[in-house]
Design a binder for this molecule. Structure first.
Ligand code: UDP
Length: 482
């Protein structure tokens, strides 16, 4: 690698939520292993989440720096230290305040750009003003969406053609126009900010501005790999005319168990305890259940999941995040004597799980996911079939990719997008899906397809693989721009 490439300096500015910060830190590490100097921008309460991971990368000779800017929590009426989307309840007022605080990060970001003059700014799509900020200093801005090409294409086609506006029913499926693969959705499954007839208008506007900002930017980096969704990677670039580089799965930059466990610093179960439990299990014999960093379920729903897991007779690892109102502290979400009865059959992780470490273990044979893109791609990379339980964001699109395009998952049949009121899934539905994904011919078929995608994912990031090559072309192009 020549001197010029080694010295390229890129700023990474992730949105203040785990699902955005985790892959961005991985991305910074990845660029670092390709000889680029990287700097992560974040706020005081978020920095400790990944400072250990950065420190470890530094020890391995990867040049990553962290620069801190203040988040104006108190100024916007949030409690001190409330700087991460996971700390925001479903209450709309709190979300509006949080996004106001986000918009106030433009000025401190510009001060940093002025002082350090990086060669490129990779900023989250939820900072639409970042394109103008970078332009002020003659710096190219890349957008990080943190989702699949499939979801980007589907979202763009829905926004362009507005097919949902031609229907009067919320539950009647419509075809997404100009999208390969005959994909159907209902209006109920669209995000509020996409439907535009419901929801908070400031969010609707935010997403419109974000889409305009991408068009003015240098392009987008995608945490995906070509072989996973070639039709959509091509469609995004060739038909929808966007510039984009696929460089994922970025989680694969964490090669050792220690790297995987250190990815984000949260109080979680000791990884050794987790590995010991997994090591005692047969390959593909455990189902892993986790709904990401934001989605919360009521005690009644958790109880229903517990009953379904018991009835399924499968072994499981189930991650339950405590509700912010402390409701789950009372543990009124488990049937009487559940853990005693389950004994060694199930492991409940209260709080945060080392997800990639768990998914990558050969004992894991299935994954119940909310279809956040990181989780979905981590499931694909680990080669496990999935049960899809989408909740909000672009998760209903990712569900379609998993179940209808890749055919490595079973949908629970969730009908309604929502950031607050969750649709109730009955025990029988969950039990049936768990059995379907863990045992029998259909499960084996999905598992072997999933394993094939997992192998493709690994090849994509190896030398001369599709993601490796796209990353190198991007670095070369950015070097020439200086
Ligand atoms: N994650 C984890 N442990 C947990 C919950 C989540 O490591 O207990 C990680 C997961 O591996 C993924 C991220 O947090 O990288 C969640 O991102 P995703 O896009 O799946 O969902 P979100 O949290 O944004 O809804």
């Amino acid at each position: 690698m020549d001197y010029k490439i080694r010295q390229l300096h890129i700023f990474f500015f992730p949105f203040l939520a785990h699902g955005h910060m985790i892959p961005t830190v991985d991305m910074a590490k990845l660029f670092g292993t390709h000889g680029v100097k990287t700097t992560l921008i974040t706020t005081p309460a978020n920095a400790p989440l990944f400072s250990k991971s950065v420190q470890r990368a530094n020890e391995l000779g990867i040049q990553i720096d962290i620069k801190i800017i203040k988040f104006p929590s108190v100024e916007v009426g949030l409690p001190e230290g409330c700087e991460n989307l996971t700390a925001i309840t479903g209450e709309i007022n709190m979300q509006v305040k949080f996004f106001k605080g986000i918009s106030m990060l433009q000025e401190p970001l510009e001060l940093l750009l002025q002082e350090y003059k990086p060669d490129c700014l990779v900023a989250d799509m939820l900072f639409p003003w970042a394109t103008d900020s970078a332009h002020k200093f003659g710096i190219p801005r890349l957008v990080f969406h943190g989702t699949s090409f499939f979801a980007l294409c589907a979202g763009t086609c829905v926004a362009l053609y507005q097919p949902h506006k031609k229907f009067s029913s919320d539950s009647e499926p419509f075809l997404i126009p100009n999208l390969p693969g005959d994909i159907k959705l209902t209006r109920n499954q669209l995000a509020d900010f996409v439907r535009q007839d419901v929801g908070e208008t400031s969010f609707i506007r935010l997403f419109e501005v974000a889409a305009e900002s991408e068009l003015k930017s240098y392009g987008a980096v995608s945490n995906s790999f070509y072989e996973l969704e070639p039709a959509y990677a091509d469609h995004y670039r060739k038909v929808l005319g966007r510039r984009a580089w696929h460089i994922g799965p970025v989680s694969l930059c964490n090669r050792t168990n220690e790297d995987k466990a250190l990815r984000v610093q949260q109080d979680f179960i000791d990884e050794q305890e987790c590995l010991k439990w997994l090591n005692s299990k047969k390959p593909n014999s455990v189902i892993y259940i986790c709904f990401g960093s934001i989605a919360n379920f009521t005690s009644t729903q958790l109880m229903e999941i517990a009953i379904a897991l018991e009835a399924s007779e499968q072994q499981f690892i189930w991650v339950v995040r405590k509700n912010k109102n402390g409701e789950e502290e009372k543990e009124n979400w488990l049937p009487e004597g559940f853990e005693k009865r389950m004994g060694d059959r199930g492991l409940i992780i209260r709080g945060w799980a080392p997800q990639v470490l768990i998914l990558d273990h050969e004992a894991i044979g299935g994954f119940v996911t909310h279809c956040g893109w990181n989780s979905t791609l981590e499931g694909v990379t680990a080669g496990v079939p999935m049960i899809t339980w989408p909740v909000s964001a672009e998760q209903f699109y990712n569900e379609k990719l998993v179940t209808e395009v890749l055919k490595i998952g079973v949908a629970l049949g969730i009908q309604k997008w929502s950031t607050t009121v969750r649709e109730f899934v009955k025990r029988e539905t969950m039990e049936k899906a768990v059995k379907e994904i863990m045992v029998g011919d259909k499960a084996e078929e999905m598992r072997s397809r999933a394993k094939a995608f997992g192998e493709m994912a690994r090849r994509a990031v190896e030398k001369d693989g599709s993601s490796y090559s796209d990353l190198n072309s991007l670095i070369e192009e950015l070097s020439l721009l200086r």
